[in-house]
Write a protein that binds this ligand. Structure first.
Ligand SMILES: [Mg+2]
Length: 389
């Protein structure tokens, strides 16, 4: 994880965040980004955003765009502190008070390893107590119990990825009838027990080729899932159009790509029912606003991704509160009730299946006071006047 603090001339500190390959993003920040933007006015967020646009690395959620995202989030936080307003107000004010959440059923250690984007990231551990949120283990072994425990918390929407295990065995080239039945089992069990009370989405993580993805999606059509996410890797518009020709379910995609122009290529297919964006990957709040406005022009809702860190989650909740076509927020309860609280002083309150932004100025949270002194924290700073490394 990478956290970026930007200090203004008045001594205000804004906090940003991004995820994956933190050391690479850090190197880019200090060797390229900081020398480029230090000394600019912190309130000219649009100008900084423009200056931070890379000449290469502008496509996808690149190191460059992740750095740009962390800086942009930090500037919005500082803007809120300078004006004593929450970020949601600065983004245009509330279109809704509370944002409904859905739970991504990961466990505490999910994607905490060094491997990027591969299924080795499962980090599966068995729950040791009834109130343990090892939800990945649970959806594979006790899906009905898991759905029941979410409903008890007021959460009526969840997302699971039982197909990934089979993809791993064949590099996504073939799903056997046995593996398909095994992967459909949690969806069927939850449906049988709870019917329409629990909405289940399927995450395919873009790990299947087109023909296997079609077989999976058509099987999911019969179960009435809420949406199918990343049925294929978001590489070409043709594959997605081809899927949409026969798949009835809603298709959700986008988080791995960054920026409005990038999203336009995929919105043009007409195949997206939901555009997923990650504020820590797509270019920060400035770019997320642009992406949402673009999606709205395509009559498409957006949803903010959270499977990364507490600052991006909080920025996302501010964004959802102020953005008409962003009506649902992803959470990972294993992270929210797990390690997120070790990092930051506040989290967006989560109650009865809905989430709201903290009420303080800016994002409304800080890194924990001892955060910098921890052995696990590596920090590096660039200041105006430093010669570029
Ligand atoms: Mg996803």
């Amino acid at each position: 994880m990478l956290w970026l603090e930007v200090e203004t001339r008045d001594g205000l500190v804004g906090l940003g965040e991004t995820f994956y390959a933190a050391e690479s993003v850090e190197a880019y920040i200090h060797t390229n980004l900081a020398p480029n933007v230090l000394g600019m006015s912190a309130i000219d967020i649009e100008a900084v955003h423009y200056r931070a646009r890379p000449y290469i690395g502008f496509v996808g959620a690149s190191v460059e765009l992740r750095a740009r995202s962390a800086l942009d989030i930090a500037l919005w936080d500082a803007f809120g502190k300078a004006t004593n307003q929450p970020v949601s107000v600065l983004l245009g004010g509330r279109i809704r008070d509370k944002i409904p959440v859905y739970n991504t059923c990961a466990g505490y250690r999910y994607v905490r390893g060094p491997k990027v984007g591969a299924t080795e990231n499962f980090g599966i551990q068995a729950p040791t107590a009834a109130d343990d949120y090892e939800d990945l283990h649970r959806f594979l072994n006790d899906p009905v119990g898991l759905a029941g425990s979410l409903l008890d918390m007021g959460i009526s929407s969840m997302k699971i990825w039982p197909f990934d295990f089979s993809a791993e065995a064949s590099q996504g080239q073939f799903i056997s009838p046995t593996d398909l039945k095994k992967a459909l089992w949690p969806f069927e069990e939850i449906k049988k027990e709870y019917g329409d009370r629990m909405q289940v989405s399927a995450e395919l993580h873009g790990v299947w080729n087109l023909s296997e993805s079609l077989i999976i999606c058509q099987a999911l059509d019969d179960i009435d899932v809420r949406w199918i996410e990343d049925p294929v890797f978001l590489t070409n518009p043709v594959g997605i159009q081809e899927l949409k020709r026969t798949v009835r379910s809603r298709i959700a995609m986008g988080e791995t790509r960054g920026g409005a122009e990038d999203f336009k290529i995929f919105l043009d297919t007409g195949a997206l029912s939901l555009l997923i964006l990650d504020i820590g990957w797509c270019g920060g709040l400035t770019e997320a606003r642009r992406c949402a406005a673009l999606a709205n022009a395509y009559l498409t809702p957006v949803a903010a991704h959270d499977c990364n860190g507490p600052v991006v989650l909080t920025a996302s909740v501010h964004f959802c509160q102020a953005t008409t076509n962003s009506y649902v927020q992803e959470i990972v309860r294993a992270f929210y009730y797990g390690w997120y609280a070790d990092i930051v002083t506040e989290l967006p309150p989560l109650e009865n299946g809905t989430i709201t932004p903290p009420t303080g100025p800016g994002l409304g949270l800080e890194l924990q006071p001892d955060f910098r002194k921890r052995k696990s924290t590596l920090s590096r700073s660039s200041r105006l006047g430093d010669t570029a490394a």
